[in-house]
Write a protein that binds this ligand. Sequence first.
Ligand code: V47
Length: 399
Amino acid sequence: MPAVATPDLSQLEDPALRSVGEKVLRGERLEAADGRVLYATNDLLGLGLLADYANQERNGDRVFFSANQHLNPTNVCILRKTCTFCSFARLPREDGAYTRTLEEVFAEADIAKEMPTREFHIVGGLHPKLRLSYYTDMIRGLKERHPDMHIKALTAVEIAHLARIEKCSMEDVLVKLREAGLTSLPGGGAEVFSTAVRATIAERKLTGQEWIGVHRAAHALRIPTNCTMLYGHVETADDRIEHLSMLRELQDETGGFLTYIPLAYHPDHNELGEDLARIGTATTGYEDLKNIAVGRLFLDNIAHVKTHWPMVTPFLSQIALNFGCDDVEGTVVFERVYHDAGATTEMHLPYHGLVELIRNAGKRPVERDSLYERVREEFDDLTPPPTLRGRGLPVVHAA
Ligand code: V47
């Protein structure tokens, strides 16, 4: 890997950022006070310069992406009334509630046969009646139909819910899912770990410590997981730093996190957005880039930082590649969690569109699988696939 140019700290506008920058250049771990400086600075370009340096030291100009398809088997969730930030969940008899049969899930997943796809990303709600066997049968059925596919499925909250329903330990749930073919867990459900924040936005959800406990259990079983933070609602900079510190601590202990994904809160069609009078005003690009950069600098022990383009747009994700990010969410195909909350992005970014997005940012695209094994690095013979228009699939117009 070519040597990374050392940033000239004297050029940084914010003097406070310079002393944090010195630590970054020395490869020293940042403390909570440093995190406060990073969140407080208005020198966004200076912050980006430091995060880009930290990322390039690790990853050079390589940017990972995955060919994946999201599946959401149900939006029925017993936390519908108390997770006030969520627009996806429904009560069982509420308008718009749905629960797919396994055949319906398999039919939607079959789209993967017509596209380059290596991963199913499966998340839903806490359904009061769906048993563990629904999910193990689903994973088994998907693996039978798509033997090479990786399955990244069920957030920590869903795992804990299934353990409660089945009256067994979460380890038992994880082992059964793994036997069925599970590869890894997604990072959702973390929100912000602060008890005070959770009391406002997710009163009855797993506590932060419990979320950490599920991931610790998964890592002990050698099931790798992702981690997230939902920002841009009622949390303070200190809440964010506490959250990142808890993720970093678990990673020191287990090494089981693959990637960190900051998730931008979308305020439409949920109670929290109404309370905050924030309808139609999602986070700003400034906040989005800041959260990417701080994540890269603070989480010195997590290999990857991913930008979730359906939330922040493919355009901002492209810029994020110069603000500390080395990983872009995949082709997705169907996205319901953010689109129910007012996201205006397309749902599907075609494979060649992702490659171009990364290349046009001056970076080197690398297709990866769920475990970050490289599966393709040469794209010179890549030709755009036939148009999907008229096939009932969303189409991306620009990248
Ligand atoms: O846990 C819910 C968030 C998450 C809203 O692991 C909202 O690779 C914004 O975790 N506005 C689920 N966010 C999605 C998720 C994820 C996404 C992409 C990749 C990975 C991965 C994981 O979505 C939830 C919650 O934090 N969410 N409602 C909302 N209104």
